[in-house]
Design a protein around this ligand. Structure first.
Ligand SMILES: [Cu+2]
Length: 170
């Protein structure tokens, strides 16, 4: 009987903490009050990024999404984003010798696209400029985790110079 009692009390505590977390962060929409499991607002809706950050970034398309199997994600090799804000709310600093600020150049998956974007107009190898929105939400454990969206995307001329070099501290 003791394990059952302990388990019940733990569950009650968990539900109470989630409820407190939701109300204190005005994230009621993002939380289910029935099961205690969290769900998130539509990640393809740019309005849900109102409290987030926006970056205009250039890159090259390296993979277009495919349903699969296996499914393939939309991937962009993007330039260095020196002003990228991390979970702390301040510019992220990489734990490398040169303490590169922001998000280093990388091949990155962008699972969320604004409904206004049609990938029919794009191909692998296209150079693009895109608006990248990020928001940070607290999960049930209280950790801030990112959700990101490509909100707009335009093709750049083929002779545009794209640099994947990470710039030093500005
Ligand atoms: Cu990235």
């Amino acid at each position: 009987m003791i394990p059952i009692t302990a388990s019940r009390s733990t569950n009650t505590l968990a539900v109470v903490s989630i409820a407190l977390l939701c109300s204190s962060l005005s994230l009621l929409q993002a939380c289910s009050n029935e099961s205690g499991q969290s769900s998130r607002p539509d990640p393809t809706d740019s309005a849900t990024y109102a409290e987030g950050q926006a970056y205009t970034v250039r890159g090259v398309i390296v993979q277009l999404p495919e349903a699969g199997p296996p499914p393939k994600e939309f991937k962009i090799h993007h330039e260095h984003i020196p002003n990228f804000i991390g979970a702390s709310g301040e510019v992220f600093v990489n734990n490398d010798a040169s303490k590169t600020p922001g998000m280093r150049s990388m091949v990155m998956a962008f699972p969320n696209l604004a409904p206004t974007i049609s990938l029919d107009d794009f191909a692998v190898g296209d150079k693009i400029e895109f608006e990248f929105l990020v928001r940070w939400d607290a999960n049930a454990a209280g950790d801030r985790t990112p959700t990101w969206l490509v909100n707009a995307m335009t093709k750049l001329p083929a002779d545009t110079e794209i640099s994947f070099e990470n710039k030093p501290v500005p």
